[in-house]
Design a protein around this ligand. Structure first.
Ligand code: CTP
Length: 404
């Protein structure tokens, strides 16, 4: 943590749920105040089994509501949500994470969280088994997918006598995470970033197409993160299941050809191009004018290659421009990604798996490997926003200003 007071003037909601680490939340409150914040504590009923509201009221100098029914006329959860700049839940139990992930509003903390539109930080603390349970992993993935920052638990002695991950993160780490949530990095200020996302559709006849399973989540996460870092973002979106982020300039396309035309028309003006779209490699050679009818027999659909946008970007790239490609591979992953890097003159390839349990398509979290000419960085089980963050850290380092 820096010696400065990184939270001067910040209004922090401190949610405390019922893990044994709840006692540490009193000290966290103090640390947040030392960093300059005003802190409003909110305790769950389970937290109150371990620590008292009186402690938190005395330390914060504020009323700590026991429930939304205490003073219904004040509509406290809405008023607090409007008051706050940031919400941090520490410790966050598995149960409270589940409630936050599903949007339950069954106490004053979760009701306030649901009414709150600003940045959220959660610091899970629980026994290792609960931390590793697929239900907890899935809830965390949902929260991360929504932009919630997770400060993972540390490893060490737990109250059960076991040793493993589950301890509440260190207090200075938590204060740093709250400060980071409030002061987003501006490392891409003024940088022009184009992100392609979604899956192309290649018409067979007026009603049918060849498509793929891309949801657009990865591209949307990259575009959101680039916006958060101050970039001027253009999104070229093929079919998606998620909306591109508001704030980006949006160009809608359907086919690989349209995507090629749109991206290449924009590319010269861009500092960074990230090709997260799943682009069809083949399209029907001819598109039937009318709907193909089954009484005419089974049609033979002949395919032809589509133009390769990424390869063309590599050919046309100018000095200092950063190019990032994706590789969805089923076998010989790393070798294929390295081949793509060299053949298409890319700075970075994000390698995803497209088979089995960890398939990247449509998933909130996926394993990814960032491959550059020097090596490979594995991001195991990372959420798409986390992959986007790491990817853009690498892009920032590649930009000419950073290269010096
Ligand atoms: N891509 C593209 N234009 C195409 C096909 C793909 O720009 N016609 C881009 C994708 O956006 C992605 C990357 O190329 O960033 C990798 O796509 P992928 O289909 O995994 O591999 P290909 O390069 O097409 O090669 P291969 O078929 O050999 O795997």
């Amino acid at each position: 943590m820096s010696g400065r007071a990184p939270l001067v003037g910040a209004r922090v909601l401190l949610g405390v749920s019922g893990g044994i680490a709840a006692y540490k939340a009193a000290e966290l409150l103090r640390e947040l105040q030392r960093a300059g914040a005003q802190v409003q504590p909110l305790l769950t009923a389970a937290a109150e089994a371990l620590v008292t509201r009186a402690t938190f009221a005395a330390l914060s100098g504020r009323q700590v509501p026991a429930s939304v029914w205490e003073d219904p006329a004040a509509v406290e959860h809405v008023a607090l949500a409007r008051w706050a700049d940031v919400l941090v839940v520490a410790p966050a139990t598995a149960h409270t994470l589940a409630r936050l992930a599903t949007g339950l509003a069954d106490d004053v903390l979760t009701s306030t969280a649901l009414a709150f539109a600003g940045p959220v930080v959660v610091a899970p603390a629980m026994h290792t088994e609960m931390w590793q349970h697929p239900a907890t992993r899935a809830n965390l993935a949902v929260l991360e997918g929504r932009g919630v920052r997770v400060v993972p638990p540390g490893s060490g002695a737990l109250t059960s006598g076991d040793v493993g991950p589950g301890r509440l993160a260190e207090l200075d780490e938590l204060v740093d995470a709250v400060a980071a949530a409030l002061a987003p990095a501006r490392g891409l200020a003024g940088v022009r970033v184009l992100v392609s996302m979604g899956g192309t559709r290649e018409p067979i006849d007026p009603v049918r197409y060849l498509g793929n399973r891309s949801s657009g989540r990865m591209g949307a996460a990259i575009a959101s993160e680039a916006l958060r870092r101050g970039a001027e973002v253009t999104v070229v979106a093929a079919a998606t299941r998620v909306d591109p982020p508001a704030g980006a300039r949006l160009l809608l396309v359907e086919t690989a050809q349209q995507l090629y035309d749109a991206v290449l028309a924009e590319a010269a003006a861009q500092d960074v191009v990230v090709m997260a779209a799943a682009v069809a490699d083949f399209r029907p050679k001819s598109v039937a004018e009318g709907k193909l009818k089954k009484d005419r027999g089974v049609p033979e659909v002949l395919l032809e290659p589509t133009p390769d946008t990424l390869a063309e970007l590599g050919r046309r790239r100018r000095d200092g421009q950063v190019l990032v490609g994706f590789a969805a591979e089923t076998d010989d992953h790393l070798a294929a990604a390295r081949g793509k890097l060299a053949a298409k003159r890319l700075d970075l390839v994000v390698l995803n798996h497209v088979e089995g349990e960890r398939s990247a398509f449509g998933a909130a979290a996926a394993d990814a490997v960032l491959v550059d000419a020097d090596g490979a960085e594995e991001l195991l089980g990372a959420s798409k926003p986390a992959i986007a963050g790491r990817l853009l850290d690498r892009v920032e380092a590649l930009l000419p200003a950073a290269r010096g």
